[in-house]
Write a protein that binds this ligand. Structure first.
Ligand SMILES: Nc1ncnc2c1ncn2[C@@H]1O[C@H](COP(=O)(O)OP(=O)(O)O)[C@@H](O)[C@H]1O
Ligand SMILES: [Mg+2]
Length: 281
């Protein structure tokens, strides 16, 4: 532990930092290969339930360390998903660049992304202000994934797989979703949380957090993210969807896919809002 100084290390702190301490020299060498600095400063950014995310400062260099408690099989699995996705996306400038990973230590080391969390940005300026940039990110991710054919409608898919979407909304939208084909299966981030995106100084949206990645219908992240964004934005849903779709389709010509995805979101959104009104009434 000599050269690891940790702050805000309340939760899981000692055990998790001890897990990293063995690798401190290697982390310093990756972050700062030409500098003599080797002391690491860790600042807790987030993570819970056996995960910890740290900003790591080594001399003038900064990275992010995401650490998984590898004694727990579910977290080992989450580590592997995060690692594999980061490796696959290595050449993509819109995500935190993979710098290193350590199977024995259960952690990945990535670039630190400066920017405003999209959750905060949308709260301040409205969902419309970020929707196009977020759409570009989602389209970019889609364009990088290998797609395999699917022979199902969105209704078939949602009836056969538990997804975390509200079941009553899925049931209510079932008939409408039956007419929308799944246009291929591909790896998705499978996490629509807006805290997994930041807006950088050039107005680009950057994204991270791949520990939940799964093979899903193409556009799955579009659906999850659109539902999060529209839930945050009290106004009409169509303008937000228009901008998301416009951003997504700008990466590659994806008009048919994007039209279907908009409909999937609209059908689910209509059910979710109808049911929340019923509960209020
Ligand atoms: N590469 C990064 N650059 C900047 N901040 C990051 C980076 N990775 C994670 N964070 C910050 O840490 C938080 C938690 O990381 P995340 O990978 O989303 O883990 P969790 O599984 O806890 O959601 C994020 O919401 C973000 O604020
Ligand atoms: Mg996250």
């Amino acid at each position: 532990m000599q050269n690891v100084a940790s702050q805000q290390d309340d939760f899981y702190g000692d055990r998790m930092t001890a897990q990293v301490a063995r690798w401190a020299e290697g982390i310093a060498a990756v972050l700062s290969p030409d500098e003599s600095a080797s002391a690491l400063q860790l600042e807790r950014l987030g993570g819970r339930d056996g995960r910890a995310v740290y900003k790591v400062v080594c001399g003038t260099r900064v990275g992010v360390l995401k650490l998984f408690d590898h004694s727990r099989p579910a977290l080992r699995d989450a580590y592997l998903r995060e690692r594999d996705m980061l490796v696959q996306l290595k050449g993509w400038s819109r995500t935190a660049r993979h710098l290193a990973h350590c199977d024995a230590g259960g952690f990945v080391l990535t670039q630190y992304l400066r920017g405003t969390p999209v959750s905060q940005y949308a709260e301040r300026h409205g969902a419309l202000s970020v929707a196009r940039a977020v759409g570009v990110w989602l389209g970019g991710l889609d364009a990088r994934m290998i797609t395999r054919p699917a022979f199902a409608s969105w209704s078939d898919y949602l009836a056969s797989v538990r997804t975390g979407l509200p079941q009553s909304a899925v049931d209510g939208a079932d008939a409408a979703l039956g007419s929308l084909p799944v246009r291929g299966m591909a790896l998705a981030r499978n996490d629509g949380n807006l805290s997994n995106f930041v807006m950088n100084g050039s107005g680009h949206c950057l994204g991270f957090d791949f520990e939940r990645a799964r093979v899903k219908p193409r556009g799955w992240d579009f659906v999850l993210t659109a539902l999060e964004l529209t839930a945050q934005s009290p106004g009409p849903v169509d303008p937000v969807l228009d901008r998301l779709a416009d951003g997504f389709a700008s990466v590659r010509d994806q008009n048919t896919l994007v039209q279907d995805l908009r409909d999937v979101v609209r059908f689910l959104f209509t059910e979710i809002s109808a049911q929340s009104h019923k509960m209020e009434g």
